[in-house]
Design a protein around this ligand. Structure first.
Ligand code: MN
Length: 432
């Protein structure tokens, strides 16, 4: 047995497609998800490898993986596995890596077990990977906060006074978090255009996406016991892509003074594969310099961000091809995940396994690196022209398909997040 760690760039898998350049799921990745198949409709845990899913419940049933005294991989969510803690996540990752290694014969040469345990990704249905007890959305991109502040308030004072001192966030709605592929119904609600004296009830006409990442909390904490910024990362299981669908017209009327409510709570989509912090470790980078320095409870030493490339594709229902309308990177996010978790719990608020904590819209400093249509088309003032040269978009239309992708590009492999995708359905007019 070789001593190579799961992140070693020289590792190869006997699953050939995992070794292809550009594969989202090389042996160095091993993201966890929940899937089902037409043959076995009960959701269970798997790891993506190349163009296959490795069924962890099968490996657990034959004793090749024993993370706990009780079965965890035949559960319909990953919560029980995640609750076992960081040492167990790492041990299972090492065991799965070893089983899939090109020079390891145990599973490679066991044709009947392999036939049960490996299923083509094309044949599986993905489900929400965790039961989400709480969902929090931060607002940690300085560029995004500056853009929105310029548009809706005052370009000269775009950042509100608190922004550089704490990671601004709000408690979102966990019940409407959905897995990639779920259709999104255009919301209806109260709107009041600036030109109107009174609000009206209408379908949202400023439907938008927000390109975000999110982390999955990996431990239950006690009420009244804050998580220190230095300990915070050890309580994070991994990351997903997140689309925080947003109704800008509803948002602009309702958000004062307590923040977003119906404009955000109708749906939030996440990618199905949780990329572990272990797989992301080689892609750690310094975050931007924080000036003024944060208060001591938020002060973090060392590289606190990650180099994650991100993109957004938009494809109208009738369009032959998608248009990539945004390319950006997570690395410039001002507040780190550790700072977000430390701030979230400093009051004594407890968190739970499976809680979802989103980054906030990820925008870069160039016009094509903004993570929302609101910014890309500057609130309708500069509509985007799509790949056919004539279709324009300021906000999402019915039938539009939004696809977000993320990946960490290494020299010899990439850690892919896969995609989070959703199509816009027409508003339900029966309600009014
Ligand atoms: Mn958001």
């Amino acid at each position: 047995m070789s001593k190579l760690t799961p992140n070693d760039p020289s590792l190869r898998s006997w699953v050939d497609t995992a070794n292809l350049a550009g594969s989202d799921f090389p042996i160095q990745n091993l993201p966890f998800g929940i899937f089902s198949t037409p043959q076995l409709r009960t959701p269970r845990a798997g790891v993506a490898i190349g163009d296959q899913v490795l069924d962890l419940s099968v490996l657990e049933s034959v004793g090749l993986l024993t993370p706990a005294a009780h079965r965890v991989f035949d559960q319909t969510t990953l919560n029980d596995f995640i609750a076992l803690g960081k040492n167990t996540w790492q041990r299972v990752r090492e065991q799965v890596s070893l089983l899939l290694r090109a020079d390891e014969a145990h599973l490679r040469d066991n044709a009947s077990l392999r036939a049960r345990a490996l299923i083509p990704l094309q044949q599986v249905t993905m489900h929400l990977p965790v039961k989400v007890g709480g969902y929090t959305d931060f607002y940690s991109s300085k560029e995004h906060a500056t853009n929105v502040g310029s548009m809706f308030r005052d370009p000269a004072n775009a950042l509100l006074p608190n922004w550089l001192h704490l990671p601004v966030g709000y408690n979102g709605r966990a019940s409407s978090v959905v897995v990639s592929g779920t259709d999104i119904r255009r919301p209806v609600g109260q709107v009041k255009p600036p030109t109107a004296d009174v609000p009206s009830f209408a379908r949202c006409t400023k439907l938008d996406f927000e390109l975000e990442t999110a982390f999955i909390v990996g431990a239950d904490t006690a009420l009244g016991e804050p998580v220190s910024v230095d300990r915070a990362e050890s309580l994070i299981f991994g990351m997903v892509l997140l689309n925080d669908w947003s109704a800008r017209d509803i948002q602009q009327w309702e958000y004062v003074p307590l923040g977003p409510f119906n404009a955000k709570s109708f749906a939030t989509s996440i990618s199905p594969w949780i990329v572990t912090m272990g797989a992301l470790e080689p892609f750690r980078v310094p975050g931007p310099v924080q000036d003024p320095p944060p208060l001591p409870y938020l002060a973090q030493s060392g590289a606190r961000s990650f180099n994650i490339s991100l993109s957004v594709d938009l494809q109208p229902q009738e369009a032959r091809e998608a248009t990539t309308i945004c390319r950006t990177n997570y690395r410039a996010m001002y507040w780190s995940m550790a700072q977000q978790l430390a701030h979230h719990t400093v009051s004594g608020c407890n968190v739970s396994v499976g809680d979802l904590m989103a980054s906030g819209t990820i925008s870069g400093s160039t016009p094509d690196s903004c993570g929302s249509l609101l910014e890309l088309a500057w609130n309708g003032q500069r509509p985007l022209t799509l790949a056919d040269g004539k279709t324009q978009r300021s906000f999402l239309e019915d039938g539009d398909l939004v696809t977000m992708r993320g990946w960490c590009q290494g020299d010899t492999y990439r850690i892919g997040f896969g995609a989070v995708q959703g199509r816009v359905l027409a508003a339900n007019h029966q309600r009014f």
